[in-house]
Design a protein around this ligand. Structure first.
Ligand code: SF4
Length: 477
């Protein structure tokens, strides 16, 4: 799934379940360890009191989407017309269809697609792949990673999955050993579809579970049940993927600490290779945000500090169970095998082709997003045009800052390597906020490498905007 522009900020809301979340202790030390009931030790910071209950502090791109503009698409076209670069190259393809819309969904997705609509959309993706493959910038280059996201790509029928992957591979070949990821949902991850994925070369499946409690799933308009999830997990295990990733969300409507920890325990009984845990966010363009505005929530909403606490609890449980944390939001059983190349390579400056309505690309230092509306996207493709939406070109300072910001989400950034790569030292671009984060204890620098601690990782998306270059700050910040 790719996140779309959704950065809003709002007031702090509390609920009975998590009233203690607003109890932020002041004075003395900036970091204090407190213990809340059975949630385990959790350090709080004075700034956490201003944590918004709604909005989306999640940093998925640098600079923020609000700076990207249709006026800058010529920069993207110039990159496509230029000579190939030596950077690693990957591909993201977006399939914007789901059975139903989840209450918190921020992604581009249309409900209940008909089979002919799915087939027409796959035709569009393949036509776009052939169109962009003619670009001089991509000549002779092989993909090192591929990611099919959505939406729910596993809604495609088995023959549609094969047609999509085979067609993409003949337009934009990928190397042997490339990581090929495919997103699944519990009800559509059937053995037939999973076999089609494996046969077409998928190495990594990623399933959005989000919660393992039937009432929490229902309150958040998820259409599957716990039984569906467990059946799908068994099918994924039997299908023979190199990596099975599972996504959870902490802080869903109706969730309590008990339902969250019980769900995590059930998931760990199946032993997935990778577990991703995000705190719930409530961007403005979601049904959940609108329900909040009408005071029509389906159940109690955990407060931001409780969401963060549960993420921390999840990672301490995962580490106790033998998992290794590889980013602010993911832990894997085997760091070698579970390495998530799609994310890691992007955060280290890889080029990424984006196919599909609303898909994001990053090529030659230029960010790009395709047209958002699927119908208009298909019209442009049918006319033989690239579906250009909006772009943003980064100079060397911007590229250096982008990689600093994104790599900090992985918990580690080699500042010396960044300086060498871009000819700009990140310590010259963001010396004051880096020093401030060191003083507070969010991170430390050892031999030119910035290492983010657990407390820094727990708040990383709120800390990152302090590093931004002045020209990339949003007015509200
Ligand atoms: S499964 Fe839910 S959250 Fe994911 S894209 Fe579909 S509607 Fe959105």
């Amino acid at each position: 799934m790719q996140r779309v522009d959704s950065d809003v900020r709002g007031e702090v809301l509390e609920d009975a379940d998590n009233a203690r979340a607003s109890d932020v202790r002041g004075g003395g030390e900036r970091l204090q360890a407190t213990r809340d009931g059975d949630e385990g030790a959790e350090e709080r910071h004075e700034d956490d009191a201003r944590e918004p209950a709604v909005g989306s502090p999640f940093v998925s791109a640098y600079p923020p989407f609000s700076l990207w503009s249709p006026e800058h698409t010529p920069a993207f076209e110039r990159v496509l017309a230029s000579a190939p670069s030596g950077a690693r190259l990957g591909l993201y393809a977006h399939v914007p269809f789901c059975e139903e819309r989840c209450a918190y969904c921020v992604y581009l997705s249309r409900r209940s697609p008909r089979p002919d609509a799915l087939a027409a959309y796959v035709d569009g993706l393949l036509a776009e792949a052939r169109l962009i493959a003619r670009s001089p910038f991509l000549a002779g280059r092989e993909l090192a990673f591929v990611y099919i996201g959505g939406g729910t790509p596993s809604l495609l029928a088995p023959d549609g999955i094969a047609r999509l992957l085979d067609g993409l591979r003949s337009a934009l070949p990928w190397s042997t050993g490339a990581e090929v990821s495919f997103e699944c949902a519990p009800r559509s991850a059937t053995p037939e579809r999973l076999r089609a994925m494996r046969a077409a070369g998928v190495t990594r499946s990623s399933m959005g579970i989000q919660a393992l409690d039937d009432e929490v799933l229902r309150l958040n308009a998820r259409i599957h049940t716990v039984d569906d999830c467990m059946r799908a997990l068994d099918a994924l295990g039997e299908a023979g993927f190199e990596v099975v990733n599972t996504d959870l969300i902490a802080g869903l409507v109706g969730e309590t600490e008990r339902t969250f920890t019980r769900g995590l325990g059930r998931l760990l009984e199946r032993g997935p290779d990778s577990v991703t845990v995000y705190p719930l966010e409530i961007p403005e363009n979601t049904p959940l945000f609108r329900a909040l505005g009408r005071d029509a929530l389906a159940g109690p909403l955990p407060a931001p500090a409780a969401r963060r606490r549960r993420v921390a609890l999840a990672f301490s449980t995962l580490e106790d169970s033998g998992y290794t944390r590889i980013s602010a939001y993911a832990a894997v059983r085997d760091p070698e095998r579970g390495r998530f190349g799609y994310q890691r390579d992007q955060y280290h400056g890889a080029d990424v082709i984006g196919l599909g309505a609303s898909a994001f690309a990053y090529l030659g230092g230029v960010h790009h997003q395709n047209i958002i509306a699927p119908a208009r996207y298909l019209e442009r493709i049918a006319a033989g045009d690239l579906p250009l939406g909006r772009s943003y070109a980064l100079d060397a300072r911007g590229r250096c800052m982008r990689e600093l910001v994104l790599q900090l989400k992985l918990g580690r950034c080699d500042l010396d390597a960044l300086a060498q790569r871009h000819g700009v030292d990140p310590r010259d671009l963001a010396g004051a906020p880096i020093a401030s984060g060191e003083r507070t204890g969010w991170w430390r620098i050892e031999k030119g490498v910035l290492l983010v601690g657990a407390q820094g990782l727990a708040r990383i998306d709120r800390l990152l905007p302090d590093l931004y270059l002045p020209e990339h700050r949003e007015p509200a910040h």
